[in-house]
Design a protein. Structure first.
Lengths: 282, 282
């Protein structure tokens, strides 16, 4: 992923103006790092089916990371999670102010679509990618999930509703990342298969995140942890033991599905999942 | 514009979920009305050159209105203008809460691009429209303008910098509205001409708005007025008399440019500008 990291650093949103800190603010959380899990998923699929397209695919992976990063900035706002720390750095509303954090998020949201509109693909592919990112990252995807999460804070949801919450908040963008990889390499049938796989992978990802929230310190995580007490996390609803079991059950389902994938896709996915798990342990 | 209004009401962002107020929140400010000035500009251009395309053009006009509406919702937030009233209705953070207002804005921002990705045009046109809206409505357009506006509150800018502020905050989206109309009807050269015209029209629009802020009551305007004291408005920087002169000078330039337009475009533009001015007087 070093090449993607370099791509990102060479394509940071630029904005020279009379505003002394706007450009720094829109770049800050992108530079701060993060696991780049969603870009890795997209790039893994492209690498498996058409490694020659990887250069173009960076643009799409970057667009997903832009959307994901804006959502973190807004989730951390005082009105929402009020988090002081993200990716090991002070959050934007702490470093600057709320206005800057809201607007930097807004700018990155829209910029994701600007990047896709200029990505080196056919117009057909550009439109498919834009539709996929907007559908999963917006009104009836990630934003809805965050709205449900915030609304039901301090109110207990059923486990089925917790799954609805996290399917929207986390899993749809992860599923879209895999699907967008398949769109880029023109594998239409694979796109749907990977989307369904990605929803389950996203839920597993979220359960792990919920588990780490209670087992990891803020310093280890680079963000505020032990912060989910009043949230509908898998751990608060199921308890730690049941959450581990749910994760194991999902992991087994995913392993079976991976068995049906092409060898080259299997190889890419296993590499990046191992990489991701290692990052989480650090 | 009644047909567009009906189109909008028939295409409101739908979101059925366990969240009891999310759908209402994302629809509220769209239903509340507004002048629909940006949609009218786009539709006026399409009507002038290819009235048969007007049905498709509603989708693009709607996308612009979605982006504009999200920006109003975020501008009204407590951290920014802290406005209690918009389009004659309580603002979303008053009616619901800050979280809902932030997320409804986020959802509408992304939804604008979802709408364009599904609009009944060729993929080529879709991509052009998406690029135009994202470029003018985001990082180096509307969002930058709002960031400059907020940052320099209580600090006096030069008149040149005030123009930079409002070119970004207001004029670029107005210019993009005209240009997107030209893109839809395939008039590439006209697109650039109309963009330049739109920047000036947007500045005139802003000067009028600044003048009305000090001469109109909140009830007349349907939003909080007399609210620009610490802002870099054309009136606070130039004074009311100079602002009137600046508006007149811009209006004269625009009238000269309109002289060079095709008869059908002249007719459309003059109709909608008269309509717009009347709305402002009410």
């Amino acid at each position: 992923m070093q090449n993607f990291e370099n791509f990102l650093l060479n394509h940071l949103p630029a904005s020279k103006s009379i505003h002394p800190t706007y450009e720094e603010a829109v770049q800050k959380m992108l530079i701060a790092g993060g696991k780049r899990f969603r870009p890795a998923l997209l790039l893994g699929v492209v690498n498996a089916y058409n490694p020659l397209m990887i250069g173009g695919a960076y643009h799409a992976a970057y667009a997903i990371e832009l959307l994901h990063t804006y959502s973190l900035i807004h989730d951390d706002l005082p009105a929402m999670d009020n988090s002081p720390l993200r990716r090991g750095e002070p959050t934007l509303h702490v470093l600057f102010d709320e206005v800057t954090a809201i607007l930097a998020g807004d700018a990155l949201n829209t910029y994701a679509f600007e990047v896709l509109s200029n990505a080196p693909f056919s117009d057909f592919t550009r439109v498919e990618l834009i539709r996929e990112l907007a559908t999963n990252g917006g009104l009836n995807g990630m934003v809805l999930g965050q709205a449900i999460d915030c609304y039901f804070e301090n109110r207990v949801l059923s486990i089925d509703d917790v799954k609805i919450l996290h399917t929207n908040k986390t899993a749809k963008l992860i599923a879209a990342s895999l699907k967008m990889g398949a769109i880029i390499v023109g594998e239409e049938k694979l796109a749907e298969t990977l989307y369904d796989f990605g929803i389950k992978l996203g839920l597993l990802f979220q359960i792990q995140d919920d588990i780490l929230d209670v087992t990891q310190s803020s310093q280890e995580a680079g963000k505020l942890t032990n912060n989910d007490e009043n949230k509908n996390s898998f751990v608060t609803i199921l308890g730690l033991d049941e959450a581990f079991l749910e994760a194991e059950s999902l992991a087994n389902t995913l392993l079976k599905e991976i068995d049906g994938f092409d060898e080259k896709l299997k190889s890419e996915l296993s590499k990046l999942l191992v990489h991701y798990i290692n990052r989480h342990k650090n």
